[in-house]
Design a protein around this ligand. Structure first.
Ligand code: CMC
Length: 427
């Protein structure tokens, strides 16, 4: 593609190449803008700014398409295991049976977390939010795995990736067990990756762990649906932190903090708290719809709206169906599901939501499934982080392999012009 975009300012015209992605998206390459014109662009929230070229995830927000490495999210959620998707995202292709077995074996070999990490966990009060604990523990892992990763060595990259994919579920499980006052436990090498996560989170000291296919299938699906979402807030954080050549674990810890916010991953906790509040308030969804539309009220309908999906969020479609199936299979009749469906119906017919193209997002129904699986509300965003881990790793690896420059945006300064310093006694 050799198209050019022209920018005219005063009596000068500047020329920029237009680049095209493999799904025909067009972008104006402004790398030379400042050198040519002395100007920069301004785009708060990066609504129109591509930060990189990436071959990991394709997303078309208008058509509601989401694909990892070319495979549709619908196909992967239905047919793949989470570990296959982890491999696909990080290593570009779905693994053959022997590669998958070797990957799993390597993960099992690295699944031990240094016992001293328990002392760090011990220092947190039980009331600490699990996301803060998880970010801290992920960062602390660096001290026990001191090798900084040489990004040009495939062997070192692989070792670091396996280490974090193996140890992260232990940190997740410990974070929850600490909250619940359960002894910190390890997994079982004979279990699959997701079964092992479930076992580590829920096994009671006095009982054998029993597998439940409905629960494991639901967890697989949820983790796959959260596994990557191109340049969202936490992923951009991971890439930008890594662009300073900070290590993988440090970059991931920053990503966890970014995910925590209620406008991003923290929305799944906020949705459930909102639904519970509506239920406790008598289930009057109309009242909360009115609050969401009132510009003088900071209340937002959590789990609604998305920066890129302006038609529907394909993940929400799959999760809504899964929520029905899981609750049905587990024989749970949760009044919160009815409130959620009622809110969705009202919003989809309301001009405020229709005009602004606000649809349920991935977080609207996920909490209902987590709740049915017995996962505490404060752990919901941790589950999101567990799912997003492979996406963060894949994006960090791509950024390092592409030798991307350090992320360093510019600004338009709007402060005071030069002024002389005035000594304190004269101010
Ligand atoms: N409830 C009520 N009004 C809303 C909502 C909502 N959930 N979301 C957006 N709006 C309104 C907003 O007030 C604005 O109205 P107006 O044009 O009159 O000023 C308009 O819709 C556009 O909103 P925006 O905030 O400019 O859009 P954005 O792209 O910057 O924000 C969002 C996207 C996801 C942060 C936002 O929709 C939101 O806060 N949703 C609730 C939180 C949520 O569910 N987050 C999870 C996102 S999906 C999981 C993930 O990947 O992180």
């Amino acid at each position: 593609m050799s198209d050019k975009a022209l920018l005219q300012y005063q009596d000068k015209t500047f020329e920029f190449p237009v680049i095209q992605g493999s799904e025909n998206e067009l972008a104006i390459d402004i790398k030379t803008l400042r050198a040519q014109s002395g100007m920069i662009t301004i785009d708060p929230g990066f609504k129109n700014t591509g930060s990189c070229e990436s071959a990991i995830t394709f997303l078309d927000g208008e058509k509601g398409i989401l694909r990892y490495r070319g495979y549709s999210i619908e196909d992967l959620a239905e047919k793949a295991t989470f570990l296959e998707v982890v491999y696909l995202l990080i290593f570009r292709e779905l693994p053959k049976a022997d590669a998958l077995a070797a990957f799993q074996k390597d993960i099992v070999a690295e699944s031990h977390v240094d016992e001293e990490m328990k002392k760090i966990l011990d220092g947190f009060p039980k009331s600490a939010h699990p996301m803060g604990v998880l970010a801290s523990l992920t960062s602390a892992l660096i001290s026990f795995n001191p090798n900084s990763v040489n990004a040009s060595s495939d062997k070192e990259m692989y070792a670091a990736i396996v280490r974090i994919v193996a140890k992260f579920p232990v940190l997740v499980a410990w974070t929850m067990r600490k909250k619940k006052g359960l002894p910190l436990d390890y997994g079982d090498d004979s279990l699959g990756y997701v079964e092992n996560i479930h076992k580590m989170m829920f096994k009671k000291p006095s009982q054998e762990y029993t597998k439940n296919k409905v629960i494991i299938d639901a967890l697989n699906k949820l983790l796959i649906l959260h596994a990557d979402h191109e340049q969202n807030c936490s992923t951009s954080t991971v890439r930008i932190v890594g662009s300073s050549h900070a290590g993988l674990f440090a970059s991931l810890s920053a990503g966890i903090s970014a995910l925590w916010g209620p406008l991003h991953g923290g929305a799944n906790q906020a949705v459930l708290e909102m639904l519970e509040a509506i239920e406790a308030d008598g289930g009057d969804t109309k009242k909360y719809m009115a609050k969401a539309k009132d510009k003088n009220d900071p209340f937002r309908l959590m789990g609604f709206g998305h920066r890129v999906y302006k038609n529907f969020d394909p993940r929400a479609k799959i999760i809504k169906k899964a929520a029905d199936e899981v609750l049905n299979d587990l024989g749970i009749d949760d009044p919160i599901l009815a409130i959620a469906k009622g809110l969705e119906k009202e919003a989809l017919e309301d001009p405020y939501f229709v005009e602004r193209k606000l649809y349920p997002n991935v977080d609207f129904y996920s909490g209902i499934i987590y709740r049915a699986l017995g996962i505490p509300t404060e752990m919901f965003t941790v589950m999101f982080a567990l799912g997003r881990l492979p996406g963060w790793i894949a994006q960090w690896k791509e950024m390092r392999e592409n030798n991307e420059p350090i992320g360093r945006p510019r600004q338009v300064y709007i402060g005071e012009n030069f002024r002389d310093f005035v000594p304190v006694e004269n101010r």
